[in-house]
Ligand binder design. Sequence first.
Ligand code: TMP
Ligand code: ASP
Length: 234
Amino acid sequence: MATGTLIYEGKAKKIFTTGHPDEVLQYFKDDATAFNAQKRGTIVEKGIINNKVSERLFRLLEQSGVPTHFVERKSDREMLTKKVAIVPIEVVVRNVVAGSLAKRLGLKEGEAILPPIVEWYYKNDALGDPLIADDHVRLLNLATPEQLVEIKRLALKVNSVLQPFFAERGMILVDFKLEFGLHSGRLILADEISPDTCRFWDQATKESMDKDRFRKDLGKIEEAYHEVLKRVCG
Ligand code: TMP
Ligand code: ASP
């Protein structure tokens, strides 16, 4: 289906040129990795689910005043997006203690975080995406101080839109990772928002409904991704 030239291949997506210089095509793969690609596998139909879930969430965010790279979903696995220069910062927002935060600071998983916290990780596979502070963003020239303020404002806005959206669907939005890009000098939300990039816990059972099922070998991975699709788009 994809027609243009491959510009970039990441762990979960490929990016192709289109006929339009300002737009690219994101192709969502079923490949799954964890722990900086030390663990690899396939989650059947993950690409289709992440594409559809991302479409729904990008549309919701656009309606709520968050600018995104989303243009149109082209097929099951393809999304047309605005071409951006990715800001090499992985922006993590946390509402509940889990994952690396619990480990790093010795906190108990499941404790609420109020108000939510925003963290920066340097998007650099060779370094294993280390946690960084504002001053490191400046040192590495990853974004200007003004851009960093805007990224934090947008990340918290995304959280304030998504948290109630998932709560209405019986899901706790534990934490998530965002990436931003520059398009015509403007910061917009890019990448994807999916069970690969968020932690969702079922409100009733507290069971993981996201990539943690793959990371931790919890089983029923495909079932969880399909359940997220059903609750988000069904
Ligand atoms: P962490 O607790 O492992 O730091 O993850 C925080 C959130 O970021 C979680 O929702 C999963 C997401 N995430 C990614 O999207 N990509 C990654 O490479 C990592 C490590 C986490
Ligand atoms: N996507 C990341 C990797 O393989 C890790 C993760 O999502 O846990 O490096």
